[in-house]
Design a binder for this molecule. Sequence first.
Ligand code: GLC
Ligand code: CA
Length: 626
Amino acid sequence: MNSRKPLISDNSRVADVLENPIGFDVAYKLMLQMGKPFSKLNVFFIRNMKMKTVKWFARKTIDPSFFDCLYELLNQEPERLPLDKGEVSKKWWKEAVFYQIYPKSFKDSNADGIGDLNGISSKLDYLKELGVDAIWLSPIYDSPLDDNGYDIRDYRKILAEFGTMEDFDNLLVELKKRDMKIILDLVVNHSSDEHEWYKKAISDKDSKYHDYYIFKENKGAMPNNWTSFFSGPAWKYVPETDEYALKLFSSKQMDLNWENPELRAEVADIVRFWRDKGIDCFRMDVINYIAKNSFEDGNNTIGELMGFYGVERYFFGEKLHEYLHDLKVDAFGDMFNVGETPGVGFEMSRLLTHEDRQELDTVFLFDHLETPSHNRFDAYKYDLNFLKRYYADMYEHLGTKEWPSLFFENHDNPRMISKVSSDEVNRNKIGKLLATFMLTLRGTPFIYQGQELGMLNQNFSSIDDFRDVESINKYAELLGEGLSEKEALAVLLAGSRDHARVGMPWAEGFSEAEPWIKTYPQLDITDEKEMADKDSIYNWYKALIFFRKEHKALVYGELKFVHESAKNYLAYFREDENEKFFIEMNLSENQIKRFENTGEYEIIFSNTSSGEQYLSGYEVNIYRVK
Ligand code: GLC
Ligand code: CA
């Protein structure tokens, strides 16, 4: 007999929705967006309310179709996973510190202004000295670079600008020598429109490759109302076949058809190709988007709320688990894999990463990158109190069979220090505070290039400074909406991905030639200066990374938050059978009183020489508890 829960409908109660994994995540997100604590939903009167009553109360603001769409999504995944409390399994990738490299901007070795593989090889000693165990390279495959390599033309070839397969093999040798590992980026939600498959697909409708992509008949209008993440509709008209093809990102990034088993077999083959070459892991680009549930219009209410139409039809498709599991079994084996999963919340992430389910090992979630009701393109000051709440909620929802990733920066986001405070006097302390989160909470840290040097956002002064397709499209869209050039530029300055994509500030320079993207000098930061200054952010990272390697309580130890209601204050213990540590931080720039009596503790790290009674602005202390 099927013991499945009854389906969610108008007759279900709010409590049933909250019990549902997707229901929980959606409700959590909505409450965040409204700036309300989740506990507000947990009162009897609300929990007991029928959904049809909620529908009625919300009728002026939320279209009833929203609820139908929601039920459909929820009913796809009726059961929450039980919360495991047992031992955490030991894995190399839980202990390792990862470092993301954006190859185009890391180091140019041949004076053409573009970073490359030999440039990366030449900096491995720098990374080893910092304590990095594994590097993740953003895509290095052959590509027309419409989205800097996230548009792949040939999955088995190295981009000429980055070097040759020999250079790559050499990089592998150099990594092995230093006992370091490597992750490549697998971009298989879409391929470039210059990929052989796509070219064959449009030159012959009857070729098998036509079914590798998502084409819809031309009925005189777009197939549906879905929008692209890079502005405009999600469909491109294809004159060759008189059809529309789906492209959730740029017009040169064509969505692949995962329904087709032949396409899935191709992906498994690509994974095996690189695995056989000796790489250790894959990061899977927007991997939760691969399973499209249907091609119906996106719901208007959701579209307005999110700024993108159609997402609910594919961000957590019904077949996602099956596709990921098969790939894990057929191709990854025990290789580590991390999924980039925008829009996924805690409970959904558990379904993807629970150890026994064999889908993904860990995921990148994104809800912590902006505070509630803000998006990346808003200019605002990030309140670190939100991180405290976010992590407390996250750890409450993860069992011992799921393992999170920890990161604040990547190639898709502005620099985190700049979001928290534009005042440069705070840079050093905030940089260390963020490092402490990543290296003392439970999860695998991913440092983004330059983060260890305390890099800040750029002062781009004209649209000509931008290189990113997202920024360039956005600018045009904003002008179209009637913003002035100055206003549109201000929006880009808040959220452009190019902030993170400028060349690394090596003392000898990123390149001997004019770099592909203009870099504004920032506070005169260089690797050499940071390394020489014993109080630098770099040296804090380095010391803490090595400390974490020696003290596994910071990796596997129990995590316990204390003084949770104290505003601007975050404190927690990490403890295993051997050791116990206490970590405290002032999350604001003003001094606050001490909430914990640390008199008996031994201080081992501090980012300031603090007073007895107070913690100064952004102060961080790590103690050993005896
Ligand atoms: C991911 C990548 C981003 C890229 C997009 C489309 O979000 O991190 O850089 O533009 O996918 O591939
Ligand atoms: Ca180069």
